[in-house]
Design a binder for this molecule. Structure first.
Ligand code: FAD
Length: 377
């Protein structure tokens, strides 16, 4: 029976980064996943020659030159810049909230006029101590932006009225007084040319993988295969939900092939009214400036999470945070299991955070090493 240094549970970005780095340090890894493909949530499916982001739109962005150089060793990135638009009952607004948005809302042209308008609305609302999300949002951006661009979208995301949601969910609502539609403030962003699978395939080149393999169904066999387990699945599942299950928000995706070269003219369109049941429509070809004859769109419906659904967003409220702490105490005592990635640490992370977290985990476990492999030095 082949013996590995590590069996890595989960072929997502955390597991793949760990495996790639461990291999560079002479370690032998087996990467398993319960799904029928590698890549975890960044996996893309080729439909009509278009890379469809199967588990939600993914845009790589970072301000870390180290992480940017790191991912660029696997793939080149295109010049995609995320500039979503909002559709409120047929009215189109630029996001994030910026001078283009304010011009459309109020006809204002200069930043001072926009600032004055927001201040006037904040003052009229006269909210000194926000007691719920609605009051919090109005106290930050005024009533018009809240009513047209925040309320419906947020209520659909959380499945609850904004007046019933706690104020702390929204700490700040970034407002930009320039004509800049770039959603991110980061120094680097883009989409991998050829899609995200290129990164994962390169990372896992020459590493053993097993798909459609659930760790819990074959725990004994897999534990016996390696000295250590790297676990990137759900931490509560690992402990058989002994303290209860951690809560998530989930999403339902409705993919559709449309017989037209261009459906909505933008990769991301948010539907910010309450009546439209979905929160966004993604048109995948625009991430890669595609010129295919057809297009693929995905409608995104937020929903409550139940066992068997994909866990997308952790609900980091007091109750779940306390529960996670109990699981983490158990995890900290494990000598031969390393917990990492978004599910095992019960936290929303962007891709650049996950790579960084995985690199730090490898460095702690096996010592640090330069970016490139010795052969490339
Ligand atoms: P995952 O990718 O979830 O990988 C974990 C893997 O473990 C999965 O493949 C799962 O099948 C497997 N697994 C779990 N349990 C078991 C088991 N028992 N046995 C076998 N296998 C198991 N980040 C950005 O930077 N930009 C974005 O635009 C962006 N958009 C996002 C949109 C959505 C809707 C979501 C939910 C996330 C988004 N992210 C984005 C975050 C990004 O998806 C994550 O940072 C990243 O995918 C996390 O990688 P991971 O390896 O931790 O987890």
């Amino acid at each position: 029976m082949e013996k590995y240094d590590y069996v890595i549970v989960g072929a997502g970005l955390f597991g793949a980064t760990f495996a790639y780095e461990a291999k560079k340090r002479g370690k032998k890894c087996l990467v398993i996943d319960r799904r029928n493909h590698l890549g975890g949530n960044i996996y893309c499916e080729n439909v009509e020659g278009i890379n469809v982001h199967k588990y939600g739109a993914h845009i790589f962005h970072t301000s870390s030159k180290y992480i940017w150089d790191y991912v660029n060793q696997f793939v080149e990135f295109n010049r995609y810049t995320n500039s979503p638009v909002a559709n409120y009952k047929g009215e189109i607004y630029n996001l994030p909230f910026n001078m283009n948005t304010f011009n459309k809302l109020w006809g204002v042209i200069r930043p001072e006029e926009a600032k004055a308008k927001i201040e006037e609305q904040k003052k009229a609302a006269n909210i000194t101590k926000p007691s719920n999300l609605e009051e919090q949002a109005i106290s930050l951006v005024g009533t018009d932006i809240y009513e047209k661009l925040v309320k419906g979208y947020t209520e659909k995301q959380w499945g609850r009225k904004a007046t019933e949601l706690p104020a702390f969910i929204i700490n700040r609502l970034p407002v930009r007084f320039t004509y800049d539609n770039n959603y991110f403030n980061d120094s680097y962003q883009g989409i991998p040319i050829g899609g995200y699978n290129v990164i994962i395939d390169k990372m896992l080149e020459g590493i053993d993988t097993e798909l459609e393999t659930d760790y819990f169904e074959e725990k004994e066999r897999l534990d016996n295969l390696a000295d250590k387990i790297v676990f990137t699945g759900m931490i509560d599942e690992y402990y058989d939900y002994r303290f209860g299950n951690l809560e998530y928000r989930s999403l339902k995706f409705e993919h559709e092939i449309v017989d037209s070269p261009n459906y909505q003219g933008n990769a991301v369109v948010n539907y910010t009214d309450s009546e439209t049941p979905y929160t966004r429509i993604i048109e995948h070809k625009h991430f890669e400036f595609g010129t295919q004859e057809k297009t693929v769109i995905t409608k995104e419906y937020p929903k409550e999470w139940g066992k068997g659904d994909e866990p997308y967003y952790p609900v980091n409220d007091e109750k779940n945070t306390a529960l996670y702490k109990k699981y983490k105490q158990l995890a900290d005592q494990e000598e031969n299991v390393i917990f990492g990635g978004r599910l095992a640490t019960y936290k929303y992370y962007d891709m650049h955070h996950i790579i960084s977290q995985s690199l730090k985990t490898v460095a702690k476990e096996l010592g640090s090493r330069p970016l490139v492999s010795p052969a490339e030095n």
